[in-house]
Every structure is written in structure tokens, then in C-alpha cells.
Design a binder for this molecule. Structure first.
Ligand SMILES: [Zn+2]
Ligand SMILES: [Zn+2]
Length: 188
């Protein structure tokens, strides 16, 4: 283990894949010399592609495509309920949005037995966006199509505006926090 990779005095290293390319870098896992093209920068130092692949396979071990479906089945209903409810609570959306995002992300992780999938974040964030659509679309409908003409009159216009704004705030808050939560645990 020599992260610097420049241990031997005088020895000219050549990349293990490109014998003609001289290098001063070594993989900090298997210690083979690797050229700048072949090296991969990871949170734990410079590694060769093979070591990175082995590491990634271990990281995602046990994850099956069915887990995406399980994540969807759990995340989507929650996202539909939250997407309809939260924008109606006004400015609470500012702090409920992130809570809901993390909550749905954790529910999906729990349902998939914490197996890590590369695109679980996409399933969860997609659910949050689609789940928020009924509120956003009906808000838009109130605003533009029916606005002034609805019985009850001008009261509908601000209502639609406010729900639209909090709906957008909620989606933004929930997706970014779910993304941050899941990317953190699904990337080696
Ligand atoms: Zn290596
Ligand atoms: Zn190389």
C-alpha cells in the first residue's frame, strides 16, 4: 500500500495495461503501476479500473431489478399522498418537503432491505415528481382555465396560485433531499 506510488528509487514504472506508457502512479489497492488514462480517482484514493469494478460489484451485491419495482410500489403511493397534502399546508412545505423526501427515500431503502441500486434515487425522485402532478395540474387548471369563471369567483385565483407555488416548493425540496439521501448511500 503506497498511495503516493513513487516508492522505488530510480525504477521507471510503466502502466500494467499500456507497457509503453511511463507513469508515477500506482493503484493503492493492488499496487500495480497505472497511467493517467487508466487511473480512477475514488474517495479512498487512486485505483485501477479493475479494483474499482470489484469494489462496485461488492457494493451493489444482492441488488436485483425487482428491487426497483419494490421501491416504486412503496415510494409511489407515499409520494401521491404527500404531493396532494403537503402543498395544502402552506409554508410548512418548506420544512415538510425535505422530511418527506428523506422519509420516502428511507421507506424505499427499508423495503428493498437496504440493497443498494444505482438508480433507486431515480425511482424515488420520479415518484415524488409524478405524485405531485395531480396538485400541480389542478392548481394550474384553477389558475388559468377556470380562474375567474368558477363559482365563488376571485377566491379561486389566489388559492390556485398559492397551491401551485407550495407545490413547486415541495417538489423541489423533496426531490433534492431524496436525491442527496440516496446518492449518498448508493454510490461507492
Ligand atoms: Zn488495482
Ligand atoms: Zn494505462
Amino acid at each position: 500500500m503506497d498511495p503516493g506510488g513513487n516508492g522505488q528509487s530510480g525504477a521507471v514504472l510503466t502502466c500494467y495495461k499500456h507497457p509503453k506508457t511511463e507513469t508515477r502512479l500506482r493503484c493503492n489497492k493492488c499496487a500495480r503501476p497505472v497511467c493517467a488514462k487508466c487511473i480512477v480517482r475514488t474517495p479512498v484514493g487512486y485505483r485501477c479500473r479493475e479494483c474499482v469494478n470489484v469494489q462496485q460489484k461488492a457494493f451493489y451485491a444482492g441488488f436485483r431489478p425487482i428491487h426497483y419495482l419494490i421501491a416504486l410500489v412503496v415510494a409511489f403511493p407515499l409520494a401521491v399522498v404527500a404531493g396532494w397534502l403537503i402543498p395544502r399546508l402552506g409554508w410548512y412545505a418548506i420544512f415538510l418537503g425535505p422530511l418527506v423526501g428523506v422519509g420516502i427515500a428511507e421507506a424505499a431503502r427499508w423495503a428493498t432491505r437496504r440493497k443498494r441500486g444505482q438508480y433507486t434515487w431515480l425511482v424515488v425522485c420520479g415518484s415524488i415528481v409524478v405524485g405531485a402532478l395531480p396538485n400541480l395540474l389542478t392548481s394550474l387548471l384553477l389558475l388559468f382555465a377556470l380562474g375567474g369563471r368558477m363559482p365563488g369567483g376571485p377566491g379561486y385565483l389566489p388559492a390556485g396560485t398559492i397551491r401551485l407555488i407550495w407545490g413547486l416548493v415541495y417538489v423541489l425540496m423533496a426531490t433534492t433531499s431524496a436525491y442527496a439521501r440516496l446518492r449518498g448511500v448508493t454510490r461507492p
